[in-house]
Design a protein around this ligand. Sequence first.
Ligand SMILES: Cc1cc2nc3c(=O)[nH]c(=O)nc-3n(C[C@H](O)[C@H](O)[C@H](O)COP(=O)(O)O)c2cc1C
Length: 195
Amino acid sequence: MKVLGISGSPSSASKTLIAVEIAIEHARSYPDLAAEVLNLREHDVQFSDGRDPATYEGDTRAVIDRVVAADALIVGTPMYRGGYTGRLKNLFDVLPNDALEGKPVGLVATGGTDHHFLAIEHELKPLIGFFRAYAVPGAVYANNGHFSAGELVDDGVRHQLRQLSATVVEFARRMPRDLIGADGPQIPRKSLNDA
Ligand SMILES: Cc1cc2nc3c(=O)[nH]c(=O)nc-3n(C[C@H](O)[C@H](O)[C@H](O)COP(=O)(O)O)c2cc1C
């Protein structure tokens, strides 16, 4: 089983990346499981231009393939203007519609304060829902006060990240991936360049 942590922060010293790494480190404690972190800052994901996701190449292709290959995900973002970052949004824009189908997703957000905690519910969870994935309950939110000297120093938040990770791993182990509810609407791709 493959667990992928994604950090959607563009920062060079990222609190979100630290939080995602703690969750992924916990996932590595399970046997028969590969867990790694995808730091979007380190990848040149092409800005979505509406093309068929199958036709992206290079780094964009490699990132898409890593997400598609994952069985379960921990997705982290800083709060930017009360929502997720443009970098994370662009990743979701280049993914095929079925990239996350039936997969459990643990959500992690960081913000300057706790002011935008509920953005996890009304910004991130609908995005996961679009992909017919399962946003597991108990998302983790850390604020600037939980970090010091380049570390996440709040034991409560560290514990929550391990709990989130355990839930994602156990969900992926126990839930059949084909339980994805009723068919949704097919979204046809049509470009004005098409014949
Ligand atoms: C452009 C920008 C917008 C931000 N908007 C918010 C916001 O709406 N709410 C909030 O709580 N923090 C906001 N912040 C603060 C960041 O979310 C916070 O510092 C976060 O932990 C940064 O994560 P990072 O270190 O992973 O980049 C914003 C920061 C930036 C640079």
